[in-house]
Design a protein around this ligand. Structure first.
Ligand SMILES: Nc1nc2c(ncn2[C@@H]2O[C@H](COP(=O)(O)OP(=O)(O)OP(=O)(O)O)[C@@H](O)[C@H]2O)c(=O)[nH]1
Ligand SMILES: [Mg+2]
Length: 339
């Protein structure tokens, strides 16, 4: 899946229709009064979030979006028809900026949210409106107002419902490729993943959700070590994190230490990340060396008040149970929007 998290688009609302200059012409009424109708309002350009969309891909082409013009007013006091609004569908989590000033115009966090980005011009008034007791036959009408237009920069900050985090090489990308149709690069060396990968997880009885595979984190990441923490902006708005642990490599790794080290990094990046719900999983349980120590480690976490899932992203062992808890957790917090 190609992931696009930025798009520049030009929006132009409809111009208002012109007011009309017209006079009543009826037999036996020599001087009929003015009856020019008003122009119709131009259509607005509206952004509307759609929970089914997960990228801004649809907006990379075309780039120009125009709403309909209002019709001109007509004689016999007929108001011109208003132009239709143009609705552009965007994913939840899109931040809308003015391209020139960079000013954030709106932050769209919930499904079905609407925001008018360019307002249609008002219709001009017809000459019927300008009649006064002293001026009975005004030959004047207004032009319709121009519709607003501007360049916008859309940025999708929310990548996912679930962020997969952990040290490099612990098997995040492998797990993502097992649970979704995403095919991230997998390799036996650290920092294989350089930008977050996204996958959609479809499970019976649950709404689909999006998982982001976040590049590996290491101690000191908040100070720039490894790839640093800039991509943590992508986990800021996930509903929950799944923290993968791996003790299979190097000098015997200590899962509890690893867990606490990354917890400190997240906290240093943004203290509010600590409040995010985290599920913990020990990966590569298919390896005998890992399986041997697994129960022990599970008990250590239990004492700290954490449930540790034992899984293998490679064979799929234990993955269903983990996904079940992920699905249920998402459902239980889905009404609160992405916080
Ligand atoms: N035995 C075993 N090996 C695994 C498992 N999951 C991943 N691996 C191996 O571990 C290595 C790293 O896997 P990746 O999925 O690339 O790890 P990652 O966490 O995405 O790594 P970075 O992108 O570098 O942070 C690869 O050689 C995988 O084949 C597992 O469950 N069991
Ligand atoms: Mg990876």
């Amino acid at each position: 899946m190609k992931f696009v998290d930025e798009a520049r688009i030009h929006v132009k609302a409809g111009d208002g229709g012109n007011g009309c200059i017209s006079f009543r012409r009826e037999r036996f009424i020599p001087r009929g009064g003015p009856n020019g109708g008003d122009g119709g309002k131009g259509g607005d350009v509206i952004l509307q979030t759609d929970a089914q969309l997960i990228t801004l891909l649809d907006l990379t082409y075309p780039k120009q979006f125009r709403a309909q013009k209002g019709n001109h007013g007509k004689g016999k006091d007929q108001t011109g028809k208003s132009g239709e609004d143009l609705i552009i569908r965007i994913p939840v989590g899109t931040i809308v900026r003015d391209n020139q000033t960079e000013e954030v115009l709106q932050d769209l966090l919930f499904g079905g949210q609407r925001f008018v980005v360019a307002e249609g011009g008002r219709g001009g008034r017809g000459n019927a409106r300008f009649a006064t007791p002293t001026l009975r036959a005004p030959r004047r009408a207004e032009k319709g107002e121009k519709g607003q237009e501007r360049w916008l920069r859309l940025e999708l900050k929310l990548l996912a419902d679930v962020g997969l985090i952990g040290y490099p090489n612990v098997g995040k990308s492998t797990l993502l490729s097992r649970i979704s149709s995403a095919r991230p690069k997998i390799a036996d060396y650290p920092f294989t993943t350089l930008v977050p990968n996204l996958g959609v997880v479809n499970r019976d009885d649950y709404r689909p959700f999006v998982v982001a595979d976040i590049p590996g984190l290491i101690e000191g990441a908040s100070k720039g070590a490894g790839l640093g923490l800039t991509f943590l902006r992508h986990v800021e708005r996930t509903r929950l994190l799944v923290h993968l642990l791996d003790i299979s490599e190097g000098s015997p790794r200590d899962a509890v230490n690893d867990f606490q080290a990354l917890k400190r990094e997240l906290k240093a990046y943004d203290p509010s990340l600590q409040k995010k719900k985290q599920l913990l999983a020990l990966n590569k349980i298919d390896l005998p060396s890992v399986r041997e120590r697994a129960t022990d480690i599970k008990n250590q976490f239990k004492k700290m008040g954490h449930r540790l899932y034992l899984i293998s992203g490679q064979t799929g062992e234990g993955v269903e149970e983990l996904l079940e808890e992920v699905s249920q957790t998402i459902e239980s917090i889905s009404d609160q929007g992405h916080g």
